[in-house]
Write a protein of this length. Structure first.
Length: 389
């Protein structure tokens, strides 16, 4: 596969040594914002990186990683200037997720910014010059349980589009037309799914202009929809230990299986179920991979080893900046009773989800953030608690 070439300035910052005279502050990344989705034309194209000017710095080193087609990680030296923020153009970007950070250096030493990421969507099609939307919800590779019978789909709004084609398969070739909202940066629609439609699905979306010219489709995403035998949350209904474990079955949800202590840790739980299913799955299945530097959400309540009432239980955690939403797991020693929920990002400092009723027994909960292009962060610490009458 051909890889695009990018400009790399010749000096290597790793070899520079400085006489310590005063501490250098870490740069603050300004743009693209953490988690931002940027739509560009197909290469050649360009994006501008911005970060705050650091007092006492004599220069900066940018480190950028990207998808395979982008090539090897890129280091770029930038001299100090009077402008604030400092800017540097980056060209020939392909579709995918990129990470970047900036190190400031000077006579006082060096300091490194936090790592940020952004997603690039590129291309145009049909003569309409519309880029593909970026899919947001559901995130890639999640299990959605049918408590409401509705699944919410969300993607970035494409300027110049008059409508969108939401493609859902199976059945092949099926799409839903969704009107362009008058404003905003996101498009959201909900589609009904019945219990009889339990199974594995793929979805993508394309923008349509007022002459019915269609953009390229967005990258394809996959999810599993499972039904419930009764109204509300049925904790005895078959479910999955984690969102990615059941994707080896592709089309049909496998319900009846026996489980043993496969990893020989003295417990039979979701870890053993994951091992069992992975051993049956064909090779090459996509799996969300946590990116180092992205933080796990901080659980707030219930607290570890606390007791909670059987009804009206709230689960709360701190918001992760840049996240699109969250995958919440309620874990049971019986992996068939595990529950996964997809929660949208909150506009406040905390995020919550509520259960009307839970079984009286010990349980555990955890949560992780998801970002663009199927990127997920690490899980939070598992919080054990006990449901009491």
């Amino acid at each position: 596969m051909m890889k695009l070439r990018h400009t790399l300035l010749p000096a290597c910052m790793a070899c520079l040594c400085f006489e310590a005279q005063g501490e250098i502050s870490a740069p603050v990344l300004v743009s693209p914002q953490n988690g931002e989705v940027v739509q560009l034309s197909a290469p050649p194209n360009e994006i501008t990186l911005l970060w705050g000017n650091v007092a006492g710095a004599t220069g900066y080193l940018i480190l950028i990683t990207g998808p395979e087609e982008f090539g090897e990680p890129l280091e770029i030296e930038v001299a100090q200037s009077a402008q604030n923020p400092i800017s540097r153009g980056l060209n020939n970007l392909v579709t995918g997720t990129y990470t970047w950070k900036v190190t400031a250096f000077g006579e006082g030493g060096s300091a490194e910014s936090s790592t940020s990421f952004f997603t690039i969507q590129t291309g145009s099609g049909g003569g309409g010059n519309l880029p593909a939307p970026a899919p947001l919800l559901p995130p890639d590779l999640v299990i959605l349980r049918g408590d409401s019978g509705l699944i919410r789909f969300q993607w970035t709004r494409v300027e110049g589009a008059s409508s969108y084609r939401l493609n859902i398969s199976p059945p092949a070739g099926f799409f839903v037309s969704v009107s362009q909202p008058p404003s905003g940066t996101k498009v959201t629609t909900s589609r009904p799914f019945t219990q009889a439609q339990a199974g594995s699905y793929k979805w993508s979306v394309a923008a349509v202009d007022n002459q019915m010219r269609v953009s390229p489709a967005s990258p394809e995403r996959q999810f599993v929809f499972t039904s419930l035998a009764s109204a509300g949350w049925d904790l005895d209904e078959s479910g999955g230990p984690t969102p990615e474990d059941f994707f080896g079955f592709q089309a049909n949800w496998q319900r009846d299986f026996t489980l043993s202590d496969l990893n020989l840790d003295g417990e039979t739980n979701g870890d053993d179920a994951a091992l069992m299913i992975q051993s049956q799955a064909p090779p090459g299945l996509p799996t969300p991979t946590p990116i180092p530097g992205f933080f796990a959400p901080t659980p707030i309540q219930p607290l570890a080893n606390s007791q909670v009432p059987q009804t009206g239980i709230d689960f709360t955690w701190q918001t992760v900046i840049g996240a699109l939403g969250y995958e919440f797991n309620l874990l049971d020693d019986n992996p068939n009773s595990n529950i996964v929920r997809v929660i949208e990002q909150s506009t406040t400092s905390t995020v919550s989800t509520q259960f009307t009723s839970l079984p009286i027994r010990p349980l555990r909960w955890r949560v992780r953030a998801f970002f663009g292009a199927g990127v997920v962060g690490p899980y939070s610490t598992e919080i054990p608690f006990t449901v009491v009458e």
